[in-house]
Design a protein around this ligand. Structure first.
Ligand SMILES: Cc1cc2nc3c(=O)[nH]c(=O)nc-3n(C[C@H](O)[C@H](O)[C@H](O)COP(=O)(O)OP(=O)(O)OC[C@H]3O[C@@H](n4cnc5c(N)ncnc54)[C@H](O)[C@@H]3O)c2cc1C
Length: 478
């Protein structure tokens, strides 16, 4: 098969999966008011691989490394900076072309690329074969994936084996000659209810007495014992806002319950090798934060564009403190872009697998996350109180009051009143809405909290060199 169509992807989701949202069981995710939006968003990834423009098609597809058959380019294991650059370009172009992030392959392949790199480091033949065969399977069937790493975790001060019950972290409860049985729950998993396959990776380092928690595998979404409990996202544009013509795009996250789920051995990538859980989690985190910084660039470009637009529609171009804020916003975006490019160019090799530079990747993610709220504050400041109080599109459409709005809500003469209101509604979505609050939390937590990034930065930092420089400067000879 190699490359699936949008329709084939949608049809594959009618597979008896066990999905709940808003307290109700969903028979067909493709037809659900909220989950259907996530389906359409992920489906855009399939629309891109079948795009009529060959330049776009050739960006999102690539020849299979052995057979030359066309496959989705996300399924190419990165071997050099060019392959990593392609991942960034695909992520950024897909947002530009579709208006959303078709997150159907990115996180899953972040997991699988880490699995491949770590299986090689472990030198364990069967995991290397499992990873290779599984890659062939997803290439052939062009599957949509999600990555399930974060466990529910219970009491954060306690390690997995010291919790009130043993299932706060996903673990192996039984094994037989055919496979393993796992129990636990993963949470916040992006696109999970609309993916074909779940790729599981441990969320943290495991100790010797936690070997059952050191487990990684792939499992189809409709496997017996798996239940998805999805969060409600916005679902669509509303008729009270000024919104663009294109359809609303958005994803959803879900908690995934694994209630004694059987996994055949050929789909297992780690089982009990606790010494490698850290390396797997760490390598996944590097790939995943690289995915994150890649998609954050267009997201903060839009945020910066919103600031520049609001300055213009309000006629603030010449105000000194506003210009200072625009310069800081620009530096924020361009630093992120520069670090993303540096992570590609300064990659590290794990055997023959290319990994984005871990130090730079974590610095970029930390830069993005630790300054985001400050940038939002600037956009709120520039935009004015109107982003909290503006009348709605329904008022605009009411002929009894339309002319008052048209007359009094104008700004700079360069823009019509309607254009100003469109800019205001964009600023609302970016900086004064349920969505923007969700983005702020996503910024802090998704792809790991800031503490996780600082830990990795210190782990990767060239501290020895720093100290040598200081000792020389201080005249200390050791
Ligand atoms: C929108 C969104 C999408 C996501 N998508 C995915 C996904 O697709 N797949 C996936 O696997 N995960 C996903 N995540 C999960 C994300 O990686 C986690 O939210 C993140 O790792 C933080 O974990 P937590 O939410 O359990 O927070 P908590 O662990 O509750 O952390 C809260 C705070 O406590 C600190 N803390 C917690 N434990 C300790 C400790 N033992 N010692 C010191 N400090 C501690 C943390 O650093 C943080 O500051 C997503 C999250 C969001 C918000």
């Amino acid at each position: 098969m190699g490359i699936r169509t949008v329709e084939e992807y949608k049809e594959s989701l009618r597979d008896g999966r066990n999905v709940y949202i808003l307290g109700e069981k969903v028979e067909d995710v493709t037809k659900h008011r909220i989950l259907g939006v996530a389906v359409e968003t992920v489906a855009q990834g399939y629309a891109l691989t079948a795009h009529e423009d060959p330049e776009i098609r050739n960006l999102f597809t690539a020849p299979h490394p052995e057979t030359g058959e066309p496959i989705n380019r996300f399924f190419i294991t990165p071997r050099n900076s060019n392959d990593l650059a392609y991942r960034t370009k695909m992520i950024q172009r897909s947002i530009e072309l579709t208006g959303g992030l078709p997150f159907g392959k990115d996180i899953g392949t972040d997991c699988l690329n880490a699995v491949v790199a770590v299986a090689k480091q472990m030198g364990k033949q069967e995991y290397q074969e499992n990873a290779r065969n599984y890659f062939e399977y997803i290439r052939k069937h062009d599957l949509a994936l999600c990555g399930a790493i974060t466990d529910v975790k219970g009491d954060r001060s306690k390690s997995p084996s010291k919790q009130k019950h043993p299932d706060y972290y996903l673990h192996v409860v039984d094994k037989n000659k055919d496979g393993i049985i796992v129990k636990g729950a993963k949470i916040h998993i992006t696109s999970a209810p609309v993916a074909n396959e779940i790729i599981v990776v441990p969320t943290r380092q495991m100790r010797e007495d936690e070997a059952d928690y050191a487990v990684s595998f792939a499992v189809p979404a409709n496997t017996k014992g798996i239940t998805f409990i999805a969060r409600p996202s916005r679902g669509s544009w509303t008729d009270y806002e000024f919104h663009p013509e294109r359809p609303y795009r958005g994803l959803t996250e879900a908690m995934i319950v694994f209630d004694n789920v059987f996994i055949p051995w050929e789909r297992v990538f780690l089982c009990g090798e606790w010494q490698y859980s850290m390396l797997l989690t760490y390598t996944f985190a590097t790939y995943h934060r690289f995915t994150a910084i890649s998609y954050k660039v267009p997201s903060v470009e839009t945020l910066a564009g919103t600031a520049f637009l609001m300055v213009e529609v309000n006629g603030l171009e010449k105000v000194e403190h506003i210009r200072n804020k625009l310069a800081r916003i620009t530096a924020y975006v361009e630093t992120l872009r520069a670090l993303t490019n540096a992570a590609i160019n300064d990659l590290v090799m794990y055997d023959d697998v290319a990994v984005p530079n871990p130090l730079i990747t974590n610095m970029a993610k930390l830069h993005f996350a630790s300054n985001y709220h400050e940038i939002i504050k600037m956009v709120q400041d520039i935009s004015g109180g109107i982003i909290a109080t503006v009348p709605t599109k329904k008022d605009w459409d009411n002929p009894e009051i339309h002319d008052y709005l048209e007359y009094y809500l104008g700004g700079s003469e360069k823009y019509t009143t309607e254009e100003r209101l469109r800019a205001v509604y964009l600023a609302i979505r970016e900086a004064c809405s349920h969505e923007s609050a969700m983005h702020e939390v996503t910024t802090v937590h998704a792809e790991g909290s800031q503490a996780a990034q600082t830990r990795m930065i210190l782990h990767e930092a060239p501290v020895k060199k720093y100290k040598q420089m200081a000792m020389r400067a201080a005249g200390i000879k050791k």
